[in-house]
Design a protein around this ligand. Structure first.
Ligand code: FAD
Length: 383
Protein backbone atom coordinates (compact mmCIF):
# COMPACT_ATOMS: atom_id res chain seq x y z
CA UNK A 1 0.00 0.00 0.00
CA UNK A 2 1.67 3.23 -1.18
CA UNK A 3 0.65 6.52 0.36
CA UNK A 4 -0.08 8.34 -2.90
CA UNK A 5 -0.12 7.54 -6.61
CA UNK A 6 0.12 10.63 -8.80
CA UNK A 7 -1.06 10.14 -12.38
CA UNK A 8 0.77 12.44 -14.81
CA UNK A 9 4.25 13.95 -14.65
CA UNK A 10 3.41 17.36 -16.06
CA UNK A 11 4.51 20.37 -14.01
CA UNK A 12 1.67 19.89 -11.51
CA UNK A 13 2.09 16.16 -10.89
CA UNK A 14 5.84 16.61 -10.45
CA UNK A 15 5.46 19.53 -8.05
CA UNK A 16 2.87 17.71 -5.94
CA UNK A 17 4.92 14.52 -5.85
CA UNK A 18 8.00 16.47 -4.73
CA UNK A 19 5.99 18.20 -1.98
CA UNK A 20 4.58 14.88 -0.75
CA UNK A 21 7.95 13.11 -0.88
CA UNK A 22 9.52 15.99 1.02
CA UNK A 23 6.82 15.62 3.67
CA UNK A 24 7.75 11.97 4.13
CA UNK A 25 5.05 10.30 1.99
CA UNK A 26 5.70 7.20 -0.10
CA UNK A 27 4.80 8.44 -3.61
CA UNK A 28 4.65 6.82 -7.05
CA UNK A 29 4.20 8.87 -10.21
CA UNK A 30 3.06 7.28 -13.47
CA UNK A 31 3.60 9.10 -16.74
CA UNK A 32 2.36 7.68 -20.03
CA UNK A 33 4.97 9.48 -22.15
CA UNK A 34 8.31 7.69 -22.33
CA UNK A 35 10.05 11.04 -22.93
CA UNK A 36 9.33 14.52 -21.63
CA UNK A 37 7.60 16.75 -24.22
CA UNK A 38 10.10 19.11 -25.87
CA UNK A 39 7.37 21.72 -26.42
CA UNK A 40 8.03 24.94 -24.47
CA UNK A 41 4.30 25.70 -23.72
CA UNK A 42 4.03 27.57 -20.38
CA UNK A 43 6.74 30.15 -19.85
CA UNK A 44 5.48 32.56 -17.16
CA UNK A 45 6.19 31.75 -13.49
CA UNK A 46 4.48 34.17 -11.09
CA UNK A 47 5.56 35.24 -7.55
CA UNK A 48 3.21 32.90 -5.59
CA UNK A 49 4.51 29.97 -7.67
CA UNK A 50 8.08 31.02 -6.92
CA UNK A 51 7.20 30.81 -3.21
CA UNK A 52 5.79 27.30 -3.79
CA UNK A 53 8.87 26.29 -5.81
CA UNK A 54 11.04 27.56 -2.94
CA UNK A 55 9.20 25.13 -0.66
CA UNK A 56 10.50 22.17 -2.68
CA UNK A 57 13.96 23.62 -3.24
CA UNK A 58 13.61 24.41 -6.95
CA UNK A 59 13.11 28.18 -6.92
CA UNK A 60 16.77 29.17 -6.93
CA UNK A 61 17.52 27.13 -10.07
CA UNK A 62 14.40 28.50 -11.80
CA UNK A 63 15.31 32.10 -10.94
CA UNK A 64 18.96 31.60 -11.91
CA UNK A 65 18.08 30.12 -15.31
CA UNK A 66 14.96 32.13 -16.06
CA UNK A 67 14.56 35.64 -17.40
CA UNK A 68 13.14 38.31 -15.08
CA UNK A 69 10.26 40.38 -16.44
CA UNK A 70 9.86 43.54 -14.39
CA UNK A 71 7.20 45.33 -16.46
CA UNK A 72 4.65 44.92 -19.22
CA UNK A 73 4.06 47.58 -21.86
CA UNK A 74 0.95 48.15 -24.00
CA UNK A 75 1.60 49.49 -27.50
CA UNK A 76 -0.47 50.53 -30.48
CA UNK A 77 0.60 52.07 -33.79
CA UNK A 78 4.22 52.34 -32.64
CA UNK A 79 3.36 54.30 -29.46
CA UNK A 80 3.36 53.14 -25.84
CA UNK A 81 -0.08 53.28 -24.22
CA UNK A 82 1.27 52.66 -20.73
CA UNK A 83 3.50 50.52 -18.56
CA UNK A 84 2.52 48.05 -15.85
CA UNK A 85 5.44 47.61 -13.41
CA UNK A 86 5.63 44.21 -11.70
CA UNK A 87 8.21 45.27 -9.12
CA UNK A 88 5.69 46.02 -6.37
CA UNK A 89 3.51 42.92 -6.62
CA UNK A 90 5.62 40.85 -4.24
CA UNK A 91 8.35 41.82 -1.76
CA UNK A 92 10.10 38.45 -2.12
CA UNK A 93 9.87 38.25 -5.92
CA UNK A 94 9.50 41.66 -7.59
CA UNK A 95 9.31 40.08 -11.06
CA UNK A 96 7.77 37.31 -13.15
CA UNK A 97 10.19 34.65 -14.38
CA UNK A 98 10.08 33.14 -17.85
CA UNK A 99 11.45 29.66 -18.44
CA UNK A 100 10.24 27.10 -21.02
CA UNK A 101 7.95 24.49 -19.47
CA UNK A 102 10.11 21.55 -20.59
CA UNK A 103 13.08 22.95 -18.64
CA UNK A 104 10.94 23.69 -15.56
CA UNK A 105 9.67 20.10 -15.66
CA UNK A 106 13.25 18.82 -15.95
CA UNK A 107 14.23 20.74 -12.79
CA UNK A 108 11.19 19.42 -10.89
CA UNK A 109 11.85 15.89 -12.07
CA UNK A 110 15.48 16.07 -10.90
CA UNK A 111 14.31 17.30 -7.48
CA UNK A 112 11.77 14.48 -7.18
CA UNK A 113 14.47 11.96 -8.05
CA UNK A 114 16.64 13.43 -5.26
CA UNK A 115 13.82 13.24 -2.73
CA UNK A 116 12.50 9.83 -3.76
CA UNK A 117 14.73 7.93 -6.19
CA UNK A 118 12.75 5.86 -8.71
CA UNK A 119 9.37 7.37 -7.71
CA UNK A 120 8.67 8.43 -11.31
CA UNK A 121 7.80 5.65 -13.76
CA UNK A 122 7.90 6.94 -17.33
CA UNK A 123 6.24 5.12 -20.21
CA UNK A 124 3.56 3.66 -17.92
CA UNK A 125 0.01 4.96 -18.31
CA UNK A 126 -2.71 4.44 -15.73
CA UNK A 127 -5.81 2.73 -17.13
CA UNK A 128 -8.13 3.06 -14.13
CA UNK A 129 -8.35 3.62 -10.40
CA UNK A 130 -11.03 1.95 -8.32
CA UNK A 131 -12.10 2.80 -4.81
CA UNK A 132 -11.72 0.32 -1.94
CA UNK A 133 -12.51 0.66 1.78
CA UNK A 134 -9.20 2.10 2.97
CA UNK A 135 -7.51 3.03 -0.30
CA UNK A 136 -7.59 2.86 -4.09
CA UNK A 137 -6.54 0.14 -6.47
CA UNK A 138 -4.64 1.41 -9.53
CA UNK A 139 -4.47 -0.51 -12.80
CA UNK A 140 -1.67 0.43 -15.20
CA UNK A 141 -1.80 0.10 -18.99
CA UNK A 142 0.98 -2.51 -18.92
CA UNK A 143 -1.18 -4.84 -16.83
CA UNK A 144 0.25 -3.92 -13.41
CA UNK A 145 -1.81 -3.26 -10.29
CA UNK A 146 -0.97 -1.52 -7.03
CA UNK A 147 -2.73 0.10 -4.07
CA UNK A 148 -2.48 3.54 -2.55
CA UNK A 149 -4.27 5.49 0.16
CA UNK A 150 -4.85 8.34 -2.31
CA UNK A 151 -4.70 8.81 -6.09
CA UNK A 152 -4.16 12.27 -7.54
CA UNK A 153 -5.24 12.79 -11.14
CA UNK A 154 -2.78 15.34 -12.53
CA UNK A 155 -3.34 13.89 -15.98
CA UNK A 156 -4.17 17.11 -17.82
CA UNK A 157 -7.24 18.68 -19.40
CA UNK A 158 -8.46 15.44 -20.96
CA UNK A 159 -8.20 13.56 -17.65
CA UNK A 160 -9.55 10.04 -18.09
CA UNK A 161 -9.53 9.39 -14.33
CA UNK A 162 -11.70 12.45 -13.70
CA UNK A 163 -14.16 11.38 -16.39
CA UNK A 164 -14.23 7.78 -15.16
CA UNK A 165 -15.07 9.05 -11.66
CA UNK A 166 -18.09 10.82 -13.15
CA UNK A 167 -16.84 14.32 -12.28
CA UNK A 168 -18.45 16.69 -14.76
CA UNK A 169 -16.63 19.61 -16.36
CA UNK A 170 -18.29 22.89 -17.34
CA UNK A 171 -16.83 23.78 -20.73
CA UNK A 172 -16.84 26.91 -22.80
CA UNK A 173 -15.16 27.25 -26.18
CA UNK A 174 -13.83 30.69 -27.13
CA UNK A 175 -13.75 32.07 -30.67
CA UNK A 176 -10.09 33.10 -30.37
CA UNK A 177 -7.21 31.35 -32.12
CA UNK A 178 -3.49 32.08 -32.03
CA UNK A 179 -0.18 31.34 -33.69
CA UNK A 180 2.81 31.21 -31.40
CA UNK A 181 6.55 30.82 -31.93
CA UNK A 182 10.00 31.42 -30.43
CA UNK A 183 12.63 33.42 -32.35
CA UNK A 184 15.99 35.04 -31.56
CA UNK A 185 15.30 38.36 -29.85
CA UNK A 186 16.36 41.22 -32.15
CA UNK A 187 14.10 43.79 -30.49
CA UNK A 188 15.21 46.65 -28.26
CA UNK A 189 12.71 45.58 -25.56
CA UNK A 190 15.11 43.76 -23.23
CA UNK A 191 13.26 42.42 -20.18
CA UNK A 192 9.90 43.93 -21.10
CA UNK A 193 6.79 41.95 -21.97
CA UNK A 194 5.01 43.80 -24.78
CA UNK A 195 1.34 43.72 -25.75
CA UNK A 196 0.79 45.19 -29.21
CA UNK A 197 -2.91 46.06 -29.21
CA UNK A 198 -3.19 46.59 -32.95
CA UNK A 199 -6.27 47.06 -35.17
CA UNK A 200 -5.73 43.64 -36.80
CA UNK A 201 -5.52 41.84 -33.43
CA UNK A 202 -3.10 41.43 -30.57
CA UNK A 203 0.54 40.39 -30.79
CA UNK A 204 2.20 39.46 -27.49
CA UNK A 205 5.94 39.24 -27.03
CA UNK A 206 7.87 37.88 -24.03
CA UNK A 207 11.61 37.58 -23.40
CA UNK A 208 12.95 34.08 -22.75
CA UNK A 209 16.37 32.95 -21.54
CA UNK A 210 19.14 32.53 -24.11
CA UNK A 211 18.33 35.65 -26.15
CA UNK A 212 15.02 34.23 -27.36
CA UNK A 213 11.60 35.93 -27.56
CA UNK A 214 8.18 34.28 -27.62
CA UNK A 215 5.69 35.82 -30.08
CA UNK A 216 1.95 35.10 -29.98
CA UNK A 217 -0.36 36.57 -32.64
CA UNK A 218 -4.14 36.36 -32.75
CA UNK A 219 -5.36 34.75 -35.97
CA UNK A 220 -8.78 34.93 -37.62
CA UNK A 221 -9.06 31.13 -37.61
CA UNK A 222 -7.04 28.14 -36.43
CA UNK A 223 -4.09 27.84 -38.83
CA UNK A 224 -4.32 24.41 -40.43
CA UNK A 225 -0.79 24.62 -41.81
CA UNK A 226 1.12 26.87 -39.38
CA UNK A 227 4.45 28.21 -40.56
CA UNK A 228 7.14 30.49 -39.14
CA UNK A 229 6.83 32.62 -42.32
CA UNK A 230 3.14 33.20 -41.67
CA UNK A 231 3.81 34.22 -38.03
CA UNK A 232 6.70 36.50 -39.06
CA UNK A 233 4.42 38.19 -41.65
CA UNK A 234 1.62 38.71 -39.13
CA UNK A 235 4.04 40.20 -36.60
CA UNK A 236 5.69 42.51 -39.14
CA UNK A 237 2.37 43.70 -40.62
CA UNK A 238 0.97 44.55 -37.19
CA UNK A 239 4.02 45.74 -35.25
CA UNK A 240 6.80 46.51 -37.73
CA UNK A 241 9.11 44.04 -35.89
CA UNK A 242 11.00 41.69 -38.23
CA UNK A 243 11.41 38.04 -37.20
CA UNK A 244 13.78 35.73 -39.01
CA UNK A 245 11.55 32.80 -39.94
CA UNK A 246 14.54 30.56 -40.68
CA UNK A 247 15.67 30.92 -37.03
CA UNK A 248 12.35 29.90 -35.50
CA UNK A 249 12.76 27.29 -32.73
CA UNK A 250 9.15 26.47 -31.72
CA UNK A 251 5.85 26.90 -33.50
CA UNK A 252 2.30 26.12 -32.46
CA UNK A 253 -1.22 27.07 -33.58
CA UNK A 254 -3.89 26.74 -30.92
CA UNK A 255 -7.50 27.44 -30.05
CA UNK A 256 -8.67 28.00 -26.49
CA UNK A 257 -11.32 26.76 -24.12
CA UNK A 258 -12.32 26.91 -20.49
CA UNK A 259 -13.08 23.67 -18.65
CA UNK A 260 -13.65 23.76 -14.88
CA UNK A 261 -14.53 20.58 -12.98
CA UNK A 262 -17.63 20.78 -10.79
CA UNK A 263 -15.69 19.25 -7.86
CA UNK A 264 -12.04 18.49 -7.07
CA UNK A 265 -12.31 14.92 -5.91
CA UNK A 266 -14.44 11.91 -5.16
CA UNK A 267 -13.51 9.82 -2.14
CA UNK A 268 -9.76 9.19 -2.29
CA UNK A 269 -9.40 10.34 -5.91
CA UNK A 270 -8.25 13.97 -5.98
CA UNK A 271 -7.81 16.35 -8.93
CA UNK A 272 -5.08 18.93 -9.49
CA UNK A 273 -3.89 21.12 -12.36
CA UNK A 274 -5.49 21.09 -15.81
CA UNK A 275 -7.46 17.96 -14.82
CA UNK A 276 -9.31 20.25 -12.40
CA UNK A 277 -9.39 23.42 -14.48
CA UNK A 278 -8.21 24.32 -17.94
CA UNK A 279 -7.99 28.02 -18.75
CA UNK A 280 -6.86 29.90 -21.85
CA UNK A 281 -3.07 30.20 -22.11
CA UNK A 282 -3.57 33.90 -22.92
CA UNK A 283 -2.75 35.47 -19.56
CA UNK A 284 -0.28 32.69 -18.70
CA UNK A 285 -1.98 31.31 -15.59
CA UNK A 286 -2.74 27.59 -16.13
CA UNK A 287 0.46 25.99 -14.86
CA UNK A 288 0.68 28.46 -11.97
CA UNK A 289 -2.90 27.74 -10.96
CA UNK A 290 -2.08 24.02 -10.85
CA UNK A 291 1.02 24.55 -8.74
CA UNK A 292 -1.03 26.52 -6.23
CA UNK A 293 -3.49 23.59 -6.11
CA UNK A 294 -0.54 21.34 -5.29
CA UNK A 295 0.73 23.72 -2.60
CA UNK A 296 -2.71 23.71 -0.93
CA UNK A 297 -3.44 19.99 -1.38
CA UNK A 298 -0.13 18.48 -0.21
CA UNK A 299 -0.52 19.55 3.47
CA UNK A 300 -4.05 18.07 3.59
CA UNK A 301 -2.88 14.72 2.24
CA UNK A 302 0.17 14.68 4.52
CA UNK A 303 -1.99 15.50 7.57
CA UNK A 304 -4.36 12.59 6.77
CA UNK A 305 -1.40 10.22 6.36
CA UNK A 306 0.24 11.39 9.59
CA UNK A 307 -2.77 11.35 11.89
CA UNK A 308 -3.95 7.95 10.69
CA UNK A 309 -7.24 9.12 9.11
CA UNK A 310 -5.96 7.94 5.74
CA UNK A 311 -5.90 4.29 6.88
CA UNK A 312 -9.37 4.31 8.43
CA UNK A 313 -12.02 2.57 6.30
CA UNK A 314 -14.38 5.06 4.69
CA UNK A 315 -12.26 8.03 5.83
CA UNK A 316 -9.82 10.15 3.83
CA UNK A 317 -8.96 13.81 3.99
CA UNK A 318 -10.64 15.90 6.68
CA UNK A 319 -13.97 16.82 5.06
CA UNK A 320 -14.06 20.45 6.22
CA UNK A 321 -10.48 21.11 5.14
CA UNK A 322 -11.15 19.52 1.75
CA UNK A 323 -14.30 21.60 1.27
CA UNK A 324 -12.25 24.77 1.91
CA UNK A 325 -9.58 23.59 -0.55
CA UNK A 326 -12.22 22.89 -3.18
CA UNK A 327 -13.99 26.22 -2.70
CA UNK A 328 -10.77 28.27 -2.75
CA UNK A 329 -9.20 26.52 -5.73
CA UNK A 330 -12.36 26.59 -7.83
CA UNK A 331 -12.72 30.29 -7.06
CA UNK A 332 -9.10 30.90 -8.11
CA UNK A 333 -9.74 28.95 -11.34
CA UNK A 334 -12.83 31.00 -12.18
CA UNK A 335 -10.89 34.23 -11.55
CA UNK A 336 -8.01 33.09 -13.75
CA UNK A 337 -10.48 32.11 -16.47
CA UNK A 338 -12.15 35.53 -16.30
CA UNK A 339 -8.81 37.32 -16.41
CA UNK A 340 -7.65 35.37 -19.46
CA UNK A 341 -11.01 36.01 -21.12
CA UNK A 342 -10.68 39.77 -20.47
CA UNK A 343 -7.19 39.55 -21.93
CA UNK A 344 -8.47 37.81 -25.05
CA UNK A 345 -11.29 40.36 -25.47
CA UNK A 346 -8.75 43.20 -25.20
CA UNK A 347 -6.72 41.62 -28.01
CA UNK A 348 -9.52 41.18 -30.55
CA UNK A 349 -9.38 43.24 -33.77
CA UNK A 350 -10.64 46.75 -33.19
CA UNK A 351 -10.82 49.85 -35.40
CA UNK A 352 -11.97 53.46 -35.56
CA UNK A 353 -13.80 54.92 -32.57
CA UNK A 354 -13.77 51.63 -30.63
CA UNK A 355 -9.99 51.41 -30.91
CA UNK A 356 -9.55 55.06 -29.91
CA UNK A 357 -11.83 54.59 -26.88
CA UNK A 358 -10.03 51.40 -25.83
CA UNK A 359 -6.61 53.07 -26.07
CA UNK A 360 -7.79 56.16 -24.19
CA UNK A 361 -9.19 53.94 -21.41
CA UNK A 362 -5.89 52.03 -21.10
CA UNK A 363 -3.88 55.30 -21.02
CA UNK A 364 -6.13 56.67 -18.28
CA UNK A 365 -6.20 53.45 -16.21
CA UNK A 366 -2.43 53.04 -16.05
CA UNK A 367 -2.20 56.48 -14.43
CA UNK A 368 -4.49 55.52 -11.55
CA UNK A 369 -4.05 53.13 -8.57
CA UNK A 370 -6.01 50.54 -10.62
CA UNK A 371 -2.64 49.89 -12.25
CA UNK A 372 -1.40 48.16 -9.08
CA UNK A 373 -4.49 45.96 -8.88
CA UNK A 374 -4.15 44.94 -12.55
CA UNK A 375 -0.45 44.12 -12.06
CA UNK A 376 -1.31 42.02 -8.99
CA UNK A 377 -4.01 40.14 -10.91
CA UNK A 378 -1.60 39.33 -13.75
CA UNK A 379 1.06 38.24 -11.27
CA UNK A 380 -1.52 36.03 -9.48
CA UNK A 381 -1.19 37.71 -6.10
CA UNK A 382 -4.79 36.73 -5.35
CA UNK A 383 -4.43 33.04 -6.22
C1 FAD B 1 0.49 27.13 -25.98
C2 FAD B 1 0.39 27.12 -24.49
C3 FAD B 1 0.99 28.12 -23.74
C4 FAD B 1 0.84 28.14 -22.35
N1 FAD B 1 1.43 29.15 -21.61
C5 FAD B 1 1.27 29.17 -20.26
C6 FAD B 1 1.96 30.15 -19.44
O1 FAD B 1 2.74 31.00 -19.92
N2 FAD B 1 1.76 30.11 -18.10
C7 FAD B 1 0.95 29.15 -17.51
O2 FAD B 1 0.82 29.19 -16.27
N3 FAD B 1 0.34 28.21 -18.24
C8 FAD B 1 0.47 28.18 -19.60
N4 FAD B 1 -0.10 27.19 -20.33
C9 FAD B 1 -0.88 26.13 -19.65
C10 FAD B 1 0.02 25.04 -19.10
O3 FAD B 1 0.83 24.49 -20.11
C11 FAD B 1 -0.83 23.95 -18.46
O4 FAD B 1 -1.73 24.58 -17.56
C12 FAD B 1 0.03 22.95 -17.69
O5 FAD B 1 0.83 22.17 -18.56
C13 FAD B 1 -0.86 22.01 -16.88
O6 FAD B 1 -0.05 21.12 -16.18
P1 FAD B 1 -0.60 19.72 -15.68
O7 FAD B 1 0.56 19.06 -15.02
O8 FAD B 1 -1.87 19.91 -14.93
O9 FAD B 1 -1.04 18.94 -17.00
P2 FAD B 1 -0.18 18.52 -18.28
O10 FAD B 1 0.97 19.44 -18.49
O11 FAD B 1 -1.16 18.34 -19.38
O12 FAD B 1 0.42 17.11 -17.87
C14 FAD B 1 -0.39 15.96 -17.76
C15 FAD B 1 0.50 14.73 -17.93
O13 FAD B 1 -0.27 13.57 -17.67
C16 FAD B 1 0.10 12.55 -18.60
N5 FAD B 1 -1.02 11.61 -18.66
C17 FAD B 1 -2.26 11.83 -19.17
N6 FAD B 1 -3.05 10.75 -18.97
C18 FAD B 1 -2.29 9.82 -18.33
C19 FAD B 1 -2.54 8.51 -17.85
N7 FAD B 1 -3.74 7.92 -17.96
N8 FAD B 1 -1.53 7.84 -17.25
C20 FAD B 1 -0.29 8.42 -17.08
N9 FAD B 1 -0.01 9.66 -17.53
C21 FAD B 1 -0.99 10.37 -18.13
C22 FAD B 1 0.36 13.31 -19.89
O14 FAD B 1 1.21 12.57 -20.76
C23 FAD B 1 1.04 14.58 -19.36
O15 FAD B 1 2.45 14.47 -19.32
C24 FAD B 1 0.06 27.13 -21.72
C25 FAD B 1 -0.52 26.12 -22.48
C26 FAD B 1 -0.36 26.10 -23.85
C27 FAD B 1 -1.02 24.99 -24.65
Amino acid sequence: MHDVVVVGAGPVGLMLAAQLAQGGADVRVFERRAERSAHSRAIGIHPPSLDALAGVGVRDAVVAEGRRITAGVGRCGGRDLGTLPLTRVSPSHPFVITLPQNRTEELLEARLEQLSPGALRRGVGVRSATAGEDGMSVQTEDGGELSARFVVAADGGRSTLRDAAGIAVRRRTHPDTYLMGDFPDDTADGDLAVLYLEPGGVVESFPLPGGVRRWVARTSELESDPSADRLARLVEDRTGERLEASRNTMLSAFSVQRGIAERLGRGRLLLAGDAAHEVSPIGGQGMNLGWLDAAALAPLVLAALRDGTASRPGAGIDAAAFARYERDRLRAARRAALLSEANMALGRPSRGATLALRNATIRALVRTPVRGAVASAFAMRWS
